[in-house]
Design a protein around this ligand. Sequence first.
Ligand code: NAP
Length: 267
Amino acid sequence: MEYRELGRTGEKVSVIGMGCWQIGLSKNHGDWAGEVASLRRGIELGMNLIDTAERYSAGRSEELVGEAVRDCRDDVFIATKVAPPNLHHDAVIRACKDSVRRLGVSHVDLYQVHWPDPAVPIKETMSAMEQLVRDGLVRYIGVSNFSAAETEDARAALARNEISSNQVEYALTNRSVESDILPYCVRENITLMAYSPLARGRIVGSIPADILRKYAMSPAQAMLNWVTRNEQVVAIPKASSVKHQEENASSVAVRLSAAEYDKMQQG
Ligand code: NAP
């Protein structure tokens, strides 16, 4: 596994992490052992970055992450999120305490604002985030679905801490962040955490066969390799099976050439 520094934190997170949206959905009627096993296998393979949110499966995603890391908490970097309508000061504090309880941990490594909410002053949300850092419940602060301008506002609203990451949608099939958010993150040393890097399972069928053959890669692996070709990016695919998790973990074992990345974009 390849590791990259998260923002300017000095923390090394795996280039390929594990997304946990839809982990613990009630349609599975309590049978979530496979999803927990998949997370545990990912950790074994060096994927230390785990992304969840208070919203995912009404809190059950956080509970299952907690179950997966119970005996290896210090080996992983847990990122979770607070969402509107919890962005007022006291609601942020309450939401974080609830997340920490569901996760069964003493603190969250990265606490992210899930979406911006123009109805709540960013200063108010960020002051709560800083209180959480002071109180030891959160180590680092991130945002998600923020434009470059909104990220700049969030940074300006912080007195003592930095914005370490912005989690946004980025995949071979959706490159809109390349015009504005990615260059901003590169310039300001903020990690771009790519969500839905496998296009939510709609794996691209047009990746040149010679590239897949040369590196013995599946199309999903090629997509993850491509999306993390920039040093400022880490990706958080979601895999509910051990087989997919193993495939994702080995997707960056080798790097393609710049010409091959270009060719994938044209395919
Ligand atoms: P994704 O990771 O792009 O795609 C997940 C889908 O790909 C699942 O159906 C999964 O199947 C399949 N898959 C995984 N590994 C595969 C492989 N090696 N080969 C073939 N198929 C594979 O989509 P996502 O869940 O939307 O995004 C990932 C994470 O990003 C989320 O879990 C969440 O943590 C985060 N996210 C954040 C936001 C936000 O607003 N901040 C929004 C969306 C997502 P199986 O489950 O069957 O393995």
